[in-house]
Design a protein around this ligand. Sequence first.
Ligand SMILES: [Fe+2]
Ligand SMILES: [Fe+2]
Length: 327
Amino acid sequence: MTIAPVQRTASLGSSAWTDARLIMALEEVVEQELNRHLKVAKDWMPHEFVPWSQGRDFEGVLGGEAWSLEQSQVTPLGRVALVVNLLTEDNLPSYHHEIATMFGREGAWGTWVHRWTAEEGRHGIAIRDFLLATRAVDPNELERARMSHMSEGFESDNSHSMLHSVAYVAFQELATRISHRNTGHHAGDPLCDQLLAKIANDENLHMIFYRNLLKAALEIAPDQAMRAISDVVTDFRMPGHGIPGFERAAAQIAIGGVYNLRIHHDDVLQPVLRHLKVMEVSGLGPDGLQAQDELGVFLGGLDAQATKFDERQAALLARRAARQAAR
Ligand SMILES: [Fe+2]
Ligand SMILES: [Fe+2]
């Protein structure tokens, strides 16, 4: 795909880098990354991962069988994580609004925004079809949670800054990949695992797109990009934080090993930061250096917090195992 390239703006002092200038300066990189993405992304068919033959009518209009817990074949942890992941995917209209407003709908940026939205749309469709056909979760509760969650909408913590937005999605796409992947491993259903691996693969390609864009931003506007990375890492929240009952679900997901501080530090933050070589970026001005320092201090603290969490998790799991053995 070729989209008329926009001339890169010559190197500017950090104060001159407005969002509009950055969007123009990065257009060429967006086009390259979009073309690379389209070459490696393989289309896949969500309906092929749904065991339709297991499906049957629910109570209500068709007078079928009401849902009950014993019909669900996935693990209790899988059930909680699948619902959080699906509701997170469900808020796609709000995410589309956020990135279309920030990146625009023109040129390579616009093509990416629409392509990304189409790929993300597949995730919610596939997971919902799977959950309903296999009766993995209560469909009434799921629908009420979707209505409540989507009615709140999603507003990014980073909509004040284009670079903060790019930094956030680079980490968030990887977080989503890991969350889907680990949910699949813990769901106790091989087909569910296969479906979530497919979705996780899409999320990984999204992460690579944004990570490469962030790398280019570090080259053209190092101080502002470093500030954005530092702010985003030190204040990171998952996009599903507004889901009803999120705190309780997040605690179960953390203890169960689907997503927790250790995973966030080791499998999400560190791989992106290492790839960007953030601690080795040189030629920074005072604000960039300060942001780099803040990031280093924060990561040290997070690692220590993650170690405390690991200990609490091990103790809790040992107590649970002992209780089970005593029964
Ligand atoms: Fe997704
Ligand atoms: Fe994604």
